[in-house]
Design a protein. Structure first.
Lengths: 230, 752, 188
């Protein structure tokens, strides 16, 4: 049976430390856009930690939520792409194929989670910072959209190794960069088609919910709500 | 023209830009024969030590072959070499358990930073102008040697001083050995947010001059007084990992967190209950809780032992700390105090943490002693779910106290002729940035006739050097750290170089050893290289089936386990003149500098999520990381409570001036709900005058305007004790860059 | 017309570097941008000039000595995604004493002595913006002969580009052998 990649984010574990944000940026060659472009909203963190204030001092509450591409099974970004650059794979991923992308930005427009980013200009790295670039991940040029891929480079590498060994990918062996770096182990990645995987177990949690479920996107990231005991 | 000659010409002229799709048949740069073999496209993982903070986390470095532009024998060219692509937490390491925080992930940019110093430099312009010329290592070391020989000849050996950052490590041991054998002044170590007050309190209460380790994995209730232990304080990754377990790692048990602080920190945001208390009154609250526990007989009073005896009034039951009196002094409701005390006593294991701003007050030491006594009373010291002290191995270097820097500055400023002739500055120490202007640090350092810096970057402090001998990057040299908190076993994180040096830098430890060898009367250090020194320190580690201690440590990135002997870390008594037996302390009210009428607000500078104390502000990933509470990037800001802002007619982004009795600064205002109305907060880290292209001239440095007031016993800077006034200057100037569209995100139906 | 060319240039990503970050003196920068419009167009249409190598390495001579592709020079091909090229030190493994009287070998030895490697020109490559990745080991493990995609290099001097390895070539073989044809298998 094909894999079905999914994720669980436990908001009771998440501390808001943003280790996931830098780890993702380092793994996936996400460029630094600089202060001027960041001021125009063009920074492109594939994963970001949103924060929500509730209440007024002294009864304030602050909640964190890491948001990344939900790899929706009913992704609104897919039917709007005129070139099939954004499409669904057998493994359940919403793939972004950079060489097909012609930069219409309909995908970013359609995404309700605001997790798609467009390269309005060619990224630059002051040398020798470019030596850090991950050779397993494309460096995107101007005119293409990009987003979280669930570290597809790691998925492909794991599949190649598993095929060479004649086995399947074992639960826990394959981790996305964000999940790997999280100190509190709030992010769990794995195969939803394996009922015994940790991500499957967590996705069945009574604390679990889907982000913007009512919009009908069928996201594959289950958020386990933060509990509170006053 | 013959193609070969054409190749040579273009090779010599070099090329400025290498493009991704270089499809020309002739490459512009010469290629050198590689000195390493790698399988292209396949990663090797090598152990490393994270250099960012004192936690001493172990990392694994992903090394892959790539082309780097280098200069060999004066020719520019390209060579295939092992490059560091990413850092990950070392899964075997007991402190970080395979995880790595945002700053640790960004550390790889230290290696490939465009403004890294690539070779030794000698000052040619005025001090601090940043004008240097290149010199050879031979000339540079010869000059340093001649300065040291001059000291020896004039019988002024003690006029050599060293200033570095704290943290027990083999490097620190080597420096101390060098200085001792030379007859120099003992090393001074400085870090803005160091925790000497807490270490001193732990020494008094428990005999351990050491940061505490919290067994959060097994705790049921955690009360944190101002400690941002999930963000920036003590050992954040280990504490974060334990916190995740505390919450959801045990079937049917969920630990709770209560946070008390005047400004909601990243940690405070995760609390089940968040209580603001007046700044500097956390110790009073702790004693109020202890009183309730004792008066209601929830725990035996004698359980507090020596820690309790250090608190004035403890044996009598803390009569001055009734819930009503505590409410008056702290602002926390009496009923809440009672309820909280009962929770602490009944929901066990419970533990109380104090750190950060509460200890940076004039009553900081007393507050820490109060919390120690409370923990002892609750039965949480040395017990599962409580507070304990990590076993320490090797030669323990008690992190030298801040007064060492202050004594150094005082000596420099008080005498006409500088008592220091040669000052060695280690990499990363930046007191010119990290100390209040009232300390006159820059003025003091400028009096030293000859300053040598080993820093890999030019910052406000290293730019004052006459000679810069840049150290290797942390992945290019040997490193070893002996963390003092974060695990229940002794840990020595150690790593061999993961990469060849990219530039003409040298390991400072090896440079010191060479200097020691080449003096007229050699220092006769027992080792020839730093590697040899490290190997020798592992000789006592017992052999296992896997191999001898040193081989195994190199393979795994360190050694950890129960040590054969564990000496408690003790501070040398000779360094300060305090009495041998401490008198019981009472937690007085905190003293603030600045008359309340003229300076109505408490000023709270805090270690920022991205930059801590500013020592990593030069990394572009961290500049662009949105601060998780404000979502600000590339910015500095002044946090104001919404009602305060409205009253002062200050709107989001407006430029404001913050004035203390010791200075003023300007920065954009950021309206923040999680802040008491009489508190003004600012993140520390920006405001570098000089610190590479990414941080120079960006923002404002709140440390500048701090009052130089100190905790009286330790002499530690009471950085939370300054009062300020605020004035609106103008409309926004665009310097506040936020990721979030507006402050209040309106949650849509269906979201948590 | 100038505006049209400029528009093409900009959309092809020619030299469009935002001066975001303050850059003192001549800052060298890495960017996926092309240096010239010509370079961008050549990349887009996959026009690559014929390859000229800095040194006439004879594959045939070495193959006749029974030196297989993957034994000494391209061993990485069984271990990872890239085949790799040998450095001059690999050549010197034999040529320190083999055929040292030949002028070409003496040229090789002179390079080795000066620590200089050859700046080989790529023969088989993809346009950068096709973002395609080929994993050698995965194919070698399936016993696909080197000559299938690289032509009969063992009969050539320097490697010649005989096989047009375009996407159709790959997809046809994948279809025939039941290998995945999902885009992100190779384009990611």
């Amino acid at each position: 049976m094909a894999y079905k990649w999914g994720m669980a984010v436990d908001l009771d574990r998440c501390t808001g430390c943003e280790a996931c944000v830098i780890a993702c940026g380092a793994e996936n060659n996400i460029p630094t856009v600089g202060p001027t472009e960041a001021a125009r909203g063009r920074a492109m963190p594939w994963i970001r930690v949103e924060r929500y204030w509730e209440g007024e001092f002294p009864d304030v509450r602050l909640k964190f939520r890491p948001v990344l591409c939900q790899q929706c099974d009913n992704a609104p970004c897919e039917p709007v792409c005129p070139t099939y650059a954004s499409h669904h794979t057998e493994d359940g991923l919403n793939a972004q194929v950079y060489n097909r992308c012609i930069g219409t930005r309909y995908c970013a427009n359609a995404c309700p989670y605001t997790v798609r980013f467009f390269n309005f200009f060619n990224p630059t790295w002051d040398k020798p910072l470019h030596l850090q670039l991950n050779p397993d991940v494309s460096v995107r040029e101007v005119g293409v959209a990009e987003k979280c891929t669930f570290c597809v480079q790691r998925i492909n590498a794991a599949k190649t190794e598993a095929r060479a060994d004649g086995t399947n990918i074992k639960d826990g062996d394959l981790q996305t960069a964000c999940a790997q770096s999280c100190p509190a182990r709030a992010i769990v990645f794995g195969d939803l088609n394996d009922p015994d995987s940790e991500v499957s177990r967590l996705s069945r949690s009574p604390r679990g919910s889907l982000l913007l479920e009512e919009v009908g996107t069928k996201p594959k990231v289950t958020y386990l709500s933060r509990q509170s005991q006053a | 023209m013959d193609r070969r000659i054409f190749l040579k010409v273009t090779a010599v002229t070099g090329a400025g830009t290498t493009l991704a799709s270089c499809d020309a048949p002739v490459h512009q740069l010469v290629r050198f024969i590689p000195e390493e073999t790698h399988v292209p496209g396949v990663a090797e993982w090598k152990p490393g030590v994270c250099p960012i903070c004192q936690a001493g986390c172990g990392v694994l470095v992903r090394v892959m072959e790539g082309d780097a532009e280098v200069v060999r024998n004066g020719h520019a060219g390209v060579v295939a070499m092992g490059l560091a692509k990413k850092l990950e937490g070392n899964p075997e390491h007991p402190i970080n358990r395979g995880a790595l925080c945002a700053r640790g992930q960004a550390a790889v940019q230290l290696t490939y930073h465009p403004d890294r110093l690539t070779r030794p430099r000698k000052r040619v312009g005025a001090r601090g102008s940043g004008q240097f010329k290149d010199v050879s290592w031979e000339d540079a070391i010869a000059e340093l040697l001649s300065k040291l020989e001059a000291l020896i000849a004039a019988e002024r050996r003690s006029a050599l001083a060293f200033l570095g950052t704290p943290g027990a490590s083999a490097r620190a041991d080597l420096v101390d050995e060098f200085l001792t054998r030379f007859g120099a002044r003992p090393a001074a170590r400085f870090e803005l947010f160091d925790n000497d007050v807490l270490r001193r309190a732990n020494e008094l209460s428990f005999g351990r001059y050491q940061l505490p380790t919290f067994d959060l994995d097994q705790a049921r209730l955690v009360l944190s007084l101002g400690a941002d232990f999930l963000g920036t304080w003590n050992s954040p990754v280990s504490q974060g990992a334990a916190y995740g377990q505390m919450r959801q790692g045990r079937v049917g048990i969920r630990g709770r967190l209560i946070q008390v602080e005047p400004r909601m920190s990243q940690t405070g945001a995760n609390a089940d209950e968040w209580l603001p208390a007046r700044p500097g009154t956390e110790g009073i609250l702790a004693l109020g809780l202890a009183r309730v526990v004792m008066s209601e007989n929830l725990r035996p009073a004698a359980g507090a032992g020596r820690a309790g005896a250090l608190v004035d009034g403890w044996p009598a039951g803390l009569l001055d700390y009734t819930p009503e009196q505590v409410e008056k002094r702290t602002g926390v409701a009496a009923a809440r105090v009672e309820r909280l005390a009962r929770q602490l006593a009944n929901e066990r294991p419970s533990v109380v943490i104090i750190g950060g701003a509460p200890l940076a007050h004039t009553n900081g030491l007393a507050s820490a002693l109060a919390v120690n006594a409370l923990n002892a009373l609750l039965g949480s010291v040395g017990e599962p779910g409580g507070v304990s002290f990590m076993p320490q191995v090797g030669r323990t270097n008690p992190p030298a106290s801040r007064p060492a820097l202050q004594m150094l500055l005082a000596d420099l400023l008080s005498s006409e002729r500088s008592p220091i002739d040669v000052l060695l500055l280690d990499g990363g120490v930046n007191p010119v940035f990290g100390s209040p202007q009232a300390w006159r640090t820059r003025e003091a350092l400028l009096k030293v006739p000859f300053i040598v810096s080993f820093a890999p970057f030019l910052d406000e402090t290293s730019a004052l050097a006459d000679l810069v001998l840049p150290d290797h990057g942390f992945l290019e040299g040997w490193d070893e750290r002996r963390p003092e908190s974060g695990a229940r076993v002794a840990v020595r994180t150690v790593a061999a170089p993961a990469l060849r040096p990219l530039f003409d830098t040298r390991a400072t430890a090896d440079v010191l050893m060479e200097v020691g060898r080449r003096l007229g009367r050699p220092l006769e250090l027992p080792w020839q290289t730093f590697e040899e020194m490290l190997a020798s320190t592992f000789e006592t580690v017992p052999e296992t089936p896997e191999g001898d201690g040193w081989t195994v440590a190199k393979r795994h990135g360190g050694w950890w386990g129960a040590p054969a002997t564990s000496a408690p870390v003790v501070r040398p008594r000779a360094s300060t003149g305090e009495p041998p037996t401490p008198t019981p302390q009472r937690v007085g009210d905190p003293q603030f500098i600045g008359d309340q009428a003229a300076f109505p607000y408490h000023f709270l500078p805090y270690a920022s999520q991205a930059f801590l104390d500013g020592s990593v502000a030069h990394l572009p990933w961290l500049q662009e990381l949105p601060d998780v509470i404000s979502t600000a990037m590339w910015s500095t800001w002044v946090e104001l409570n919404p009602k305060t802002a409205a009253r002062l007619e200050i709107r989001q982004g407006d430029l404001v001036e913050v004035t203390s009795p010791h200075g003023a600064l300007r920065a954009p205002a950021l309206v923040s709900p999680g802040l008491a109305p009489d508190v003004v907060a600012m993140p520390v880290g920006q405001g570098h005058e000089q610190f590479t292209r990414y941080a120079s001239g960006r923002g404002a440095n709140p440390v500048n305007i701090l009052a130089p007031t100190a905790e009286p016993v330790t002499g530690a800077l009471a950085w939370a004790a300054t009062r300020v006034k605020i004035a609106r200057i103008s409309d926004p100037d665009g310097s506040l860059i936020m990721m979030a569209g507006s402050l209040h995100e309106h949650p849509e139906g269906g979201r948590d | 017309m100038g505006l049209f060319v400029a528009a093409i240039a900009c959309s092809a990503g020619v030299g469009c570097r935002r001066a975001e970050l303050p850059a003192p003196e001549a800052t060298a920068v890495f960017t996926p941008a092309h240096a010239t419009v010509g370079a961008a167009l050549r990349d887009f249409f996959n026009i690559r000039p014929s390859v000229v190598q800095p040194f006439p390495f004879p594959h045939k001579t070495h193959a006749e000595k029974k030196l297989g592709c993957t034994e000494y020079c391209h061993e990485a091909v069984t271990q990872g995604p890239r085949a790799g090229l040998p450095s001059v030190s690999t050549c010197m493994g034999c040529h320190e004493w083999v055929a040292t009287d030949r002028p070409r070998i003496q040229e090789l030895m002179s390079h080795a002595k000066r620590g200089l490697d050859f700046t080989w020109a790529r023969v088989y490559a993809y346009p950068a913006q096709s973002h395609v990745r080929f994993h050698h080991a995965a194919h070698v493990r399936k016993d696909i002969a080197c000559a299938t995609c690289h032509g009969p290099i063992e009969q050539q001097g320097v490697a010649e580009r005989n096989v047009d390895v375009n996407m159709g070539f790959c997809v046809n073989c994948h279809t025939a052998k039941g290998a995945p044809n999902e885009c992100v298998t190779c384009h990611y």
